[in-house]
Design a protein around this ligand. Structure first.
Ligand SMILES: [Zn+2]
Length: 280
């Protein structure tokens, strides 16, 4: 008779270092010890960042731009659904970018892959982020991420090729402009915050009218997202205007955040590469 239970006991030692792993019946079997797991993730940080920067980082922008293009041709109810999708991409892109920012901030103390993948956009985290970048000098923000100002690249990384230095400097200068721009988009940020609580529970419901729920009617150019607030025992309604100009601005903000993320990754990968060159 084949022993189907043999798989249960094979992983009693760490796959990487061989240290015994204790577990109880019914628990999930760990395949490696906690220390080796950290090392396993940290060893893949650079590959993870590279891979993410090649496609993942642009995914929200791709969906949002596609929805915006499709919206022009659609009937009003469908336009609202597409508009809502654009807003969802906005919230998710903000989460991706803020997650990356906090992951880079504690680079070296925790694997980047874990910090990014486990990041959840909370109202407070988002507010802290936007306040922080709005009130902190750009050079300080960059320093907290382990990055120099664009103008310091040459002296900081003397071995960086002239063309790479030039390219990264331009990207970083543009990024600082983008950071300022998204900081100025106060309304969009508030919207993202209002929605974030619903999003985390698997997406808010979309409604065309809200009078049935709260006696407040929506304007024809508005759509609302409904989410339950179990803590306060109420229903949150976020009314969102879906006029095209505004959606264009939101898609453009998604583009700006995408550019910030990809430039942060580009700069970080360069920093890691140059730091390795200068290591004794
Ligand atoms: Zn181990």
């Amino acid at each position: 008779m084949p022993d189907s239970s043999s798989g249960r006991s094979i992983e009693e030692t760490c796959r990487d270092c061989g240290k015994p792993l204790s577990f109880h019946v019914g628990e999930t079997h760990a395949v490696r010890c906690a220390e080796c797991y950290d090392g396993f993730l940290a060893a893949r940080d650079i590959d993870f960042l590279e891979s993410y920067s090649q496609l993942g980082v642009t995914s929200r922008r791709i969906v949002a731009e596609t929805c915006l293009r499709a919206l022009v041709m659609e009937s009003p109810p469908v336009r609202k659904v597409l508009a809502m999708q654009i807003l969802e991409q906005y919230v998710q892109e903000a989460g991706d970018m803020i997650g990356l920012y906090y992951a880079l901030k504690q680079r070296g103390r925790q694997p980047l892959m874990r910090a990014m993948l486990e990041f959840k956009l909370e109202r407070e985290t988002a507010m802290t982020f936007f306040q922080e970048v709005a009130t902190t000098a750009p050079d300080e923000v960059l320093r907290s991420l382990g990055l120099p100002m664009p103008a310091q690249l040459k002296t900081k990384y003397p071995r960086l090729s002239k063309s790479d230095e030039h390219d990264l400097r331009l990207q970083m200068q543009q990024m600082l402009g983008d950071v300022k721009r998204i900081g100025d988009m106060g309304e969009g940020v508030m919207l993202a915050l209002a929605q974030a609580s619903g999003e985390r529970r698997g997406g808010a419901a979309i409604t065309k009218q809200s009078r049935w729920l709260d006696n407040t009617g929506l304007r024809p150019d508005q759509v609302a997202a409904i989410s339950l607030d179990e803590g306060r025992r109420t229903v949150n309604i976020a009314a969102i205007s879906v006029d095209e100009k505004r959606l264009e601005n939101i898609v453009s903000a998604i583009g700006a955040m995408t550019h910030i993320s990809s430039t942060l990754i580009y700069a970080t990968l360069t920093a890691l590469q140059e730091e390795a060159k200068n290591a004794p």
